[in-house]
Design a protein around this ligand. Structure first.
Ligand code: NAD
Ligand code: MG
Length: 400
């Protein structure tokens, strides 16, 4: 039977890898929706190759460019945020949710209401919506499969029927390009240096998040929601070789880990094949050639984002949204060379101290999972924090 697959963020790092893997292992599949942000050329090429039922570009100013590129193809196209959400909410069998940042929240939420398997790469939507996103997927008969390599590793080795026998989850972190540097040394790092990840090839936002360890902070929160585990039972260990992708430590003394080369196609292929494993020309681990695998405790004084993420998780869902929003604005400001590397964490910490969280009543909580109202809470906080951080940037400029 033909499987219908939608890809949200098809022109990004995860989206492109997903399409390549589908060529290799997808079996009988058809593309329902391809959704991109701004890259008209790549989206048009993908549309011509895969002939999706709908092709959507988020940026409305490029509507005519997309129309011209696809003229005469007979393909249905649309532009703008509403069209993105409508396409994401179309019936399909599997959705790869791989838009970056909070921009992914509404489309991922729409996809969560379709009953499809949700291969979730867009970690920011989970960090902001907590368990509501997972509950929405399950209430509609779907299933969340984590794409993030650490969570995919845990998903593969966690015995859900014996969760009470789990001592802790251990997330591994490469440490990024600046691992081993002191806080003083980090003051001078450049955007170019931060964009050079030693092991993984990824989009710009997550690459900066890896350099500050905010990525591991987001992953800590992601793990707590995905596996319904308290933050105290989730540890982070620096493992610069990125071979052990994460572990579950059981109370009987056994730790189960998933190993593999640092290549996102491995967890993506697991999601595409689930519940079976697919056979493809996957890169192999060379255990003997590897020589050493090392592990170290994270340095939270040089990399405070991990501590801040832990504090946000302890404070609750509203605060994880604050952490995410402030980080997203600061990463963009760093990429635009408006703030320095160390200022990312400084502004995030200030935003966490100053944000006014709306109180959510228990009624809001129970009505959260089913309707669009479910994400209004997160979107309100996100908007408030963006204004707050913009004001902080503005006052900082007045004082120089
Ligand atoms: P990327 O920047 O390479 O791609 C992002 C995609 O989102 C692009 O297709 C872009 O066009 C699209 N997009 C951006 N803004 C949009 C908008 N407003 N509306 C619709 N589409 C929009 O990012 P990536 O590295 O592929 O990461 C995607 C997500 O997966 C992120 O949340 C990231 O944290 C997560 N993730 C990525 C990796 C990785 O190895 N790249 C690993 C784990 C998790
Ligand atoms: Mg990861």
């Amino acid at each position: 039977m033909t499987r219908r697959i939608s890809i949200l963020g098809s022109t990004g790092s995860i989206g492109v890898s997903t399409l390549r893997l589908l060529d290799e292992v997808g079996g009988d599949f058809a593309i329902e929706a391809l959704i991109g942000g701004r890259n008209v050329d790549l989206l048009a090429q993908q549309a011509l190759k895969y002939r999706p039922a709908i092709t959507v570009l988020a940026d409305p100013s490029q509507w005519s460019a997309l129309r011209d590129r696809l003229a005469g193809s007979g393909l249905e196209i649309a532009c703008g945020e509403d069209a993105v959400c409508a396409a994401a909410g179309r019936k399909s069998d599997l959705v790869m949710a791989a838009i970056v940042g909070i921009a992914g929240l509404k489309p991922t939420w729409a996809a969560a209401g379709t009953g499809a398997i949700l291969a979730l790469a867009n970690k920011e939507s989970l960090v902001c919506c907590g368990r509501a996103l997972i509950e929405r997927v399950e209430a509609h008969g779907g299933r969340v499969l984590p794409v993030d390599s650490e969570h995919n590793a845990i998903f593969q080795v966690l015995d859900v029927n014996q969760k009470d026998k789990v001592a802790r989850l251990v997330l591994t972190a490469s440490g990024g390009p600046f691992w081993g540097r002191s806080r003083a040394e980090l003051g001078q790092v450049t955007v170019e240096q931060a964009l050079k990840h030693p092991n993984w090839s990824m989009g710009a936002k997550i690459t900066i998040d890896s350099a500050t360890l905010a990525n591991k902070g987001l992953e800590l929160i992601e793990a707590a929601y995905l596996f319904d585990m308290p933050g105290e039972k989730i540890d982070v260990v620096i493992h610069p070789q990125s071979v052990v992708h994460s572990l579950v430590e059981y109370r009987d003394g056994s730790s189960l880990a998933q190993l593999g080369p640092p290549d996102m196609r491995v967890p993506i292929s697991y999601c595409l094949g689930w519940p079976e494993r697919v056979a493809w020309q996957a890169p192999k681990l060379d255990l003997v050639g590897m020589k050493t695998l090392t592990f170290a405790a994270p340095d939270e004084s040089a990399f405070p984002m991990l501590r801040l993420a832990r504090e946000a998780l302890a404070a609750g869902e509203g605060m994880t949204t604050v952490f995410n929003a402030a980080n997203e604005v600061c990463v963009q400001a760093f990429l635009d060379r408006r703030i320095g590397f160390l200022q990312i964490a400084e502004y995030v910490e200030t935003a966490m101290m100053r944000a006014q969280l709306p109180s959510i009543s228990s009624k809001d909580h129970t009505s959260r999972d089913m309707s669009v109202q479910g994400i209004a809470f997160a979107l309100d906080i996100d908007a408030q924090v963006r204004r707050l951080v913009a004001d902080l940037f503005f006052s900082a400029r007045q004082h120089v």
